[in-house]
Design a protein around this ligand. Structure first.
Ligand code: MN
Length: 247
């Protein structure tokens, strides 16, 4: 039986995690290790300088006061052998383009990849009224595909699902990351005592509408699947820079 580890950055009591877990229990043995509460936009943080607590909630389910990346490490500690597949999400919002750098959901999947596991991050592209049944259905289908034909080492999938009933999905597209437009990312306000404060990353993100990207696919009702790697090396530049004479 396939062994699946679930985590997220929306917290162990999130509706999406419950729905995905129920769907996966029909096909495998499901383990959950997730943060006790919301850790969205915590990115790849790991708790190096404080103790992390972890407590069992029910059979195969643990909550932790750590980050999503901590949860991946804790999973390897609690499980006798690594899971066959790690799924992070479904997140209660998109993780497209440069958003993957802020996302705790994507970070957990990347960490699982770095540690040698098959992994996907899955996110629902909506701010409210998320249709998690659709995301669970998509996760299951992609999981089946990954189990038949595993990804190369250290490669993980970043899946973004349009917030549609599953019969309205137009299909899927394998995509590259889109590009976010950053303007007016700071919202300046006055607090009740007359001091200024700043809301970073305020407002709805905007993206360039480029064909072949995650954003483009999702806006056309397609599930976007982007293969990701933690290796950020710019290989073309590396080639060109070999001739540099700096020192
Ligand atoms: Mn989140």
């Amino acid at each position: 039986m396939v062994r699946i580890l679930l985590t997220n950055d929306d917290g162990i009591y999130s509706e999406g995690l419950r729905i995905l877990r129920e769907a996966l229990e029909a096909v495998g043995e499901v383990y959950v290790i997730a943060p006790e509460g919301e850790r969205s936009a915590i990115s790849h943080a790991i708790s190096l300088k404080r103790p992390v607590r972890c407590w069992q909630i029910s059979e195969r389910v643990w909550a932790s006061d750590g980050t999503p990346v901590d949860c991946i490490h804790l999973a390897l500690h609690f499980l006798e052998t690594p899971p066959d597949l790690v799924i992070s999400g479904p997140n209660n919002g998109p993780n497209m383009g440069e958003e993957v750098f802020y996302s705790g959901t994507v970070a957990a999947a990347l960490e699982a990849g770095i540690l040698g596991m098959q992994a996907m991050a899955i996110s629902v592209v909506a701010r409210r009224n998320h249709l998690y049944d659709t995301a669970a259905y998509v996760a299951l289908r992609i999981a089946e595909r990954m189990m038949r034909d595993p990804l190369p080492p250290r490669t993980v999938l970043n899946v973004n699902v349009p917030n549609l009933p599953k019969e309205f999905l137009k299909g899927f597209k394998v995509t590259r990351l889109g590009r976010r437009i950053f303007n007016n990312s700071i919202v300046e306000q006055m607090d009740p005592r007359g001091a200024r404060y700043y809301w970073v990353g305020g407002g709805e993100p905007r993206f360039l509408e480029r064909e072949g990207t995650d954003v483009y696919a999702v806006s056309r009702g397609l599930v976007s699947i982007t293969p990701l790697r933690a290796d950020l090396t710019a290989y073309e530049e590396l080639e060109k820079m070999i001739g540099w004479e700096v020192l």
